[in-house]
Write a protein of this length. Sequence first.
Length: 423
Amino acid sequence: MTDAEPLIASLTAAVDARPEDLPLRLHLAGLLLDAGRGGEAIAHLGQALTRDPGHTGAQALMQRALGVPPTGGPAPGGEGTTGGGAPTPTGSPDSPPDPLAAYERELADVVPPRFVRSGDEPEPVTGDADRAYDVETSTVRLADVGGMEAVKERLELAFLGPLRNPELRRMYGKSLRGGLMLYGPPGCGKTFLARAVAGEMGAKFLSLSIVDVLDMWMGNSERNLHELFQAARRNAPCVLFLDEVDALGHKRSKVTSSSMRTVGNQLLAELDGMEGSNEGVFVLAATNTPWDVDAALRRPGRLDRMVLVLPPDAEARRAILEYHLRDRPIAGIDLRKVVAATEDFSGADLAHLCETAAEFAMADSVRRGEVRMIGQGDLDRALKEVRPSTRPWLATARNVAMFANEGGVYDDLVAYLKRRRLL
């Protein structure tokens, strides 16, 4: 260790505590250069020049670090100035080459450029060429969705039927715009169903989540939301899927953040089509907690239809189990017994059940030193470990159905709970 090492360590800690102190940072960079640690010095000098691009001391040290010869002849007032202290016009025939241009090229991966040149500006987005958002073409169909007959019928009435029959649609004055909210326990296929709707109608699919919208800078969240809707409008017919819509459209009476209030208002404006025509844009929203969604989102013309997506029934559970076991080595499995033992299991729970049974069989194969099939015993053992994740949701939904069913909003939920004798 050289004599300068303790001082370098102390100055590094001081710079970390006071990153805006340029003289301190430049002193550290000089010591690093003297110690032969040019890479670290360049990183500090790059940060200094980002904060003050015209700092002559930082420029001189950067030239030294990069091995660039001095441009020569600067007045005491600093490089690039005339005798009176006025800056030499950039690009004039008699001016020396700008050393910062060379620095920017050398440090392009470390220090961002000071300005964006006009040649770097992106071309306007046209047609399907959306760079920022992943506009997909879904290959899933409603036939791939097990069960959910009532949900499929509601989707057929709301959008798929009018799309397939344009003459009848014009005769009855049915618009190709609309919104529908899917609600129910987690893991029951709401996202998969949205993709199936897009695939059924041959439409584009654009999924929106809270991370696509929220931004730390004021106004950017509203702009992001608008651009997402614009991408859907450009790609119409398009299914725009609002996942976890309660996060964006939470009850405004319970929202304390003014920025989240404006995001909610922007969402309402986009659904109304105030920022552009929503013809051909079918908005599907999903939430596990519809009672937390602002009532204004459920008014006519917005997400005015609600569909309960329930845990899969026996037929759907059988189809899901067959799907998740079809590519695995199985033998002697009684699917009827497994279906009967998995009431209240969501689709995700059933996938986890099959995964757990496969883990047991694989671990046993490793212990024995020979491969064996996944059997009924593995599934029985998995059933003792995997519990249905829908039961906490059903307990909360029961309270909502009993005490918060204003206007019959949750009549379908009440009917289901009564049928299951949970209410």
